[in-house]
Design a protein around this ligand. Structure first.
Ligand code: BTN
Length: 335
């Protein structure tokens, strides 16, 4: 049965149920008695949970004697609402929600080892140690962005797993365009860019045997409603709000992205790597003809991007020498 799953630190089920009930009846006063009945709490504890919600920044109006209501639907990622939006879908079955955790990738990795099924989603309002690529930190301001990770158990070889990063990028590109009209640029392999600044990133991690993937986790971070970034990021990061001048409903964007990703994932499994490479190439202009510097950790060289290999690796025509396949490393555009 679909459920909001529980782990130490996940949002209490009663709190999630209370938030969903208030959100679904925004602007309507709901009596303490009805809340108690529909959430399974005792009447005397309803006010305590309302106080909890207020502490978390949700503006609940009203009082014990009259009942409670929300003036407007808060942009909180309630797991119940996400499951309702994704009913019957792969990602609508098991959802772990945190108001705060260190990293949804860390949690998902543990869930993978613990045998959680394919499709499990871990999401957070804030991360204290969000992981980025190359050991970097992912800035995860509370309630402003989307920070979530999905668990997959595909029958793939470890070498094919990085294609899932590219696939998630393609799905995110489509979902952002459908919801906001903004057309992001995909920078191989995992960056979502807008006007030369980073809007989102994907970090895929896996547990594998030499020839077989046991599980893969795909962590997605998108800057949605941030108004500003810390000084060290302000020149290189942007958000949907900064680019469009409008707030976006994060739950809707997440639901669109996961619906799109499920479709794309199934096509990848049916049709093979060619599907991912072709989709990625169709929405990126970065993979061909861009001047880049590649830093592999052991060497650094300049060149021009020359398309993707059939396995999804970036080809670069080195200034001094042959066409090379970039297997790992940082690729930076040089203007
Ligand atoms: C990158 O460096 O571009 C990848 C960033 C990935 C960030 C997301 S946020 C949700 C998930 N949990 C993490 O700790 N990281 C990923």
């Amino acid at each position: 049965m679909p459920q909001t799953a529980s782990l130490p630190g996940t949002t209490d089920r009663r709190l999630a149920a209370l938030l969903t009930l208030l959100s679904e009846n925004a602007t309507i006063v709901i009596s303490g008695a009805r809340i108690a009945r529909e959430t399974g709490m005792s009447r005397s504890t309803v006010w305590r949970w309302v106080e909890e919600l207020r502490k978390l920044g949700v503006q609940v109006k009203g009082q014990r004697s009259t009942g409670y209501f929300l003036e407007k639907v808060p942009d909180v990622l309630t797991p119940d609402l996400l499951r309702k939006r994704l009913k019957g879908n792969l990602f609508g079955k098991r959802v772990f929600h945190f108001f705060k955790t260190d990293s949804t990738n860390r949690v998902a990795m543990e869930l993978g080892y613990a045998g959680e099924p394919e499709g499990t989603v871990v999401m957070a309002e804030a991360q204290t140690a969000g992981r980025g690529r190359s050991g970097r930190n992912w800035h995860s301001e509370k309630g402003a962005g989307l920070y979530f990770t999905v668990l997959l158990r595909p029958k793939l070889s470890p070498a094919q797993a990085p294609l899932l990063t590219m696939l998630a990028g393609v799905s995110a590109h489509a979902a952002i365009a459908a919801q906001t009209g903004l057309v992001t640029e995909l920078k191989w392999p995992n960056d979502l860019m807008l006007n030369g600044k980073k809007l989102g990133g994907i970090l895929t991690e896996m547990h594998a045997e030499p020839n077989l993937v046991r599980f893969v986790i795909v962590g997605i971070g998108i800057n949605v409603n941030q108004e500003k970034f810390p000084a060290e990021l302000s020149a290189i990061a942007t958000s949907i709000r900064k680019e469009s001048g409008r707030m976006s409903y994060r739950l809707e964007l997440m639901a669109r992205l996961l619906t799109q990703f499920e479709n794309d994932y199934n096509r990848f499994l049916r049709e093979g790597p060619g599907f991912v490479v072709q989709r990625f190439e169709s929405v990126t202009s970065f993979a061909k003809g861009r001047r880049v510097r590649v830093d592999t950790g052991t060497e650094s060289y300049a060149g021009t991007t020359a398309g993707l290999s059939p396995e999804g690796l970036l080809l670069v025509a080195r200034d001094s020498g042959p066409l090379v396949t970039v297997i790992a490393g940082d690729v930076t555009e040089v203007r």
